[in-house]
Design a binder for this molecule. Structure first.
Ligand code: GLA
Length: 708
């Protein structure tokens, strides 16, 4: 019998994706997982994977669709929802044709009755196995009111029933939550209008007790910087799926006849263990998402915010610039407080001209000073915002997002501009590029400090336009000045995703610089994003957000986990602390050359207060690990540190490279010998037997280097 099975297949180096079509014309995922050999009969595969049919259900059960529709009898969340004046509330889109071009599969579905068509596109990255999925809706009839269009719906492998998600708040981003997937639908809904502190647009679905090192899992991340919805559900049939897309507000999106709308991509990665998933997402981001400049060694920032807040004046800044250069800063960032009338956070957003009362000679003397010190110059903007107390608002109150007759609650005393208005785009482009050109600005810290509330254009909701309009403004600036580096900041880490990261290559992951709180923040961030884009600063000894006092070594060790920098009043550092920081600065400089394509590892520890992670160079010749105790450990002698990702056969020279090592000595009677005398051992021993750790007191740690 001829093999007539309709199987569409994509392969990457490690995975295969197989899609088929059921008898009702609905496409479904037959396999997304480890790469399969060729040479099996498709019809035999279909025979062994056909779902059973239960009594008291549909007469013929169908596999879970890649585009679930209620019209098929499926109870899965529909991938599409909308109507035309209440008509066409349901559609029956069926596969019409498909194409495979390179590693991209496109499936066209159409329904003549509802006059709707959809294109599902799957692109499997050959090297990293990350799958990008988008959905495009084509309206072939009269105006269609769209309420929901999922970027993707993917059936999960049978064994997966545990969920990891990331939640948080301002100052405490990327906190890990784990739960079991039962039969009740889990829905994560972000309504803040930005990527959000609260609900990261990503999820990991894994088998029971999946861990850093083990367990089949599927990771999903939506590349979008606005409202989103993620659904995970196990149906009564037993199959489970994950779905994600932009969460639209009522009436927000109406497609005119012949108009199409394409979703942002949802990115999927299947892996064995969380480390493997992260490594694949990191590599993918590096080759397919992040701006090219992130591939070069990242400079050391010194940021003025926590050093000065709004206390700007020329002499103070000169002093800070000198002090920052002295501890090794390579880029000085003038944060909030430089523009007209901005003496605190209640005014002036939108008035993007230099405050001549404070900067009597403009920014030129500051910029010159920064350059004299051999540093680059960066400037803070919050382009999407306007203060009611600003010239801009007085001129154009109608430019802010609002609903006529309703009061928009202020947040940080500010309102949000309707970025989709072309006149707003032009105004902001003019303001920013004028300054960028005048001062040859190397870098912008692009902030976004409030949620969208009542995001209307006066009448209609328009939140879904904001992220695209923001991307467009960034793209325009980058096109104008290709060397411009932009950082994504949003009250700390409320805007990090594969959408904004296509034009920004650094993230200020939290306003919280307390190194102990940062351990969890960095860990959560690392699930989806690589370390070289994580802005990570040494702060003051007493952290401004938490009041916790920590020692300089711990602060520096944690800062070294990402793009190292400073956010402190360097003028007030003692001679000794300056010297200590210079040593860490040198350490960062000597390793950053390989950070941009290093493999990141989170090392699982039995004691949950111990945070161990590190990076191994792509050629496995170097590695750097930090181990830090979040609080006092239950045991006197912590467990051995078992390293990861080294080459088993190669010999590694292992040493504790850390200016602060002496500080550890007083907490134990004796430190293990290797801590003082470098050892040389094969990778296999380090990855199987491991290294005895010294007694580590609360909030201290150590840094270990391996060189092949
Ligand atoms: C936000 C940012 C901070 C700082 C301030 C300035 O809170 O996250 O880093 O730039 O704004 O107002």
């Amino acid at each position: 019998m001829a093999d007539t099975a309709q199987l569409w297949r994509l392969d990457s180096q490690q995975t295969s994706l197989i899609v088929s079509v059921d008898t009702s014309g609905s496409p479904y995922l037959l396999w997304f997982g480890d790469r399969l050999a060729e040479g099996f009969a498709g019809d035999q595969l279909l025979a062994v994977t056909e779902p059973a049919t239960a009594k008291a259900g549909l007469d013929r059960s169908m596999p879970l669709s890649l585009f679930p529709q209620a019209s098929s009898g499926s109870t899965a969340a529909p991938a599409l929802s909308g109507h035309r004046n209440s008509a066409n509330f349901a559609a029956q889109l069926k596969v019409e044709n498909h194409t495979i071009t390179g590693n991209t599969l496109s499936i066209l579905m159409r329904d003549q009755v509802s006059k709707l068509a959809v294109t599902l596109t799957f692109t499997l990255d050959d090297e990293t196995s990350v799958l990008a999925v988008t959905t495009e809706l084509h309206n072939e009839g009269a105006a269609f009111q769209l309420d929901w269009l999922a970027s993707a719906t993917l059936q999960m492998p049978d064994k997966l029933d545990e969920i990891l998600s990331l939640s948080g708040r301002w100052g405490r981003e990327y906190q890990i939550e784990r739960q079991r997937l039962g039969f009740n639908r889990l829905q994560i809904e972000n309504t803040t209008g930005r990527t959000s502190h609260e609900h990261f647009p990503g999820i990991v679905l894994g088998c029971e007790k999946f861990s850093e090192q083990q367990g089949q899992l599927l990771g999903m991340h939506l590349g979008w910087s606005g409202n989103h919805r993620i659904i995970a559900e196990r149906l009564s049939s037993g199959s489970a799926y994950v779905q994600a897309g932009i969460a639209l507000l009522p009436g927000e999106l109406c497609l005119a006849e012949n108009q199409s709308w394409k979703t942002p991509a949802a990115y999927f990665c299947c892996a064995n263990g969380l480390n493997q998933m992260s490594q694949r997402f990191h590599q993918f981001a590096r080759k397919a998402i992040l701006p090219q400049w992130t591939r070069s060694p990242r400079p050391i920032h010194a940021n003025s915010w926590e050093a000065l807040y709004f206390e700007h004046d020329e002499n103070t800044l000169f002093g800070l610039i000198d002090a920052a250069a002295n501890i090794g800063a390579e880029r000085f960032v003038l944060d909030d407080g430089w523009f007209k009338g901005r003496r605190d956070d209640t005014t002036a957003l939108g008035d993007w001209t230099v405050d001549e009362d404070v900067y009597v000679n403009g920014l030129t003397p500051i910029v010159n000073k920064v350059r004299e010190k051999g540093m680059q110059f960066g400037l803070w903007f919050e382009p999407e915002m306007v203060s009611p107390n600003s010239d801009l608002y007085r001129r154009h109150p109608e430019w802010s997002l609002h609903v006529a007759g309703l009061d928009t609650p202020l947040a940080r005393h500010q309102l949000v501009l309707n970025l989709a208005l072309i006149e707003v785009q032009d105004y902001l482009f003019e303001c920013i590029h004028r300054l960028v050109d005048e001062h040859d600005i190397d870098y912008i810290k692009w902030d976004m400090n409030r949620n969208l509330v009542l995001p209307g254009d006066g009448t209609k909701a328009c939140a879904a336009q904001q992220p695209d309009a923001c991307y467009a403004l960034m793209d325009r600036l980058i096109k104008h000045r290709p060397s411009l580096e932009i950082e994504s900041c949003s009250s700390g880490g409320a805007r990090a995703d594969f959408g904004v990261l296509q034009r920004t290559g650094r993230v200020w992951v939290s306003d919280n610089i307390d190194p102990i709180d940062r351990l969890r923040i960095h860990k959560g961030f690392s699930y989806f994003f690589p370390p070289e884009i994580m802005g990570s600063h040494v702060g003051h000894d007493t952290a401004h957000l938490t009041g916790r006092k920590t020692n300089l070594h711990t602060r520096a060790l944690v800062a070294l986990q990402g793009q190292y920098g400073f956010e402190l009043d360097a003028r007030a550092l003692s001679i000794n602390d300056q010297a200590v920081l210079r040593e860490y600065t040198d350490l960062y400089k000597s390793n950053r050359g390989w950070l941009a394509d290093a493999t990141h590892w989170r090392i699982p520890t039995r004691n949950r207060a111990l945070f161990a992670s590190g990076i191994v160079s792509a050629d496995q010749s170097r590695a750097q690990w930090t181990i830090i105790a979040e609080q006092s450990l239950d045991e006197t002698c912590p467990e051995r540190l078992v390293l990861q990702g080294l080459s088993a056969e190669r010999l590694y020279h292992v040493r504790v490279h850390q200016p602060g090592l002496q500080a550890l000595q007083q907490f134990g009677a004796r430190l293990p010998a290797w801590v003082f005398e470098d050892v040389t051992l094969p990778g296999e021993i380090l990855m199987k037997i491991g290294l005895s750790l010294p007694v580590i007191p609360a909030q201290a740690g150590l840094l270990i280097e391996c060189v092949a």
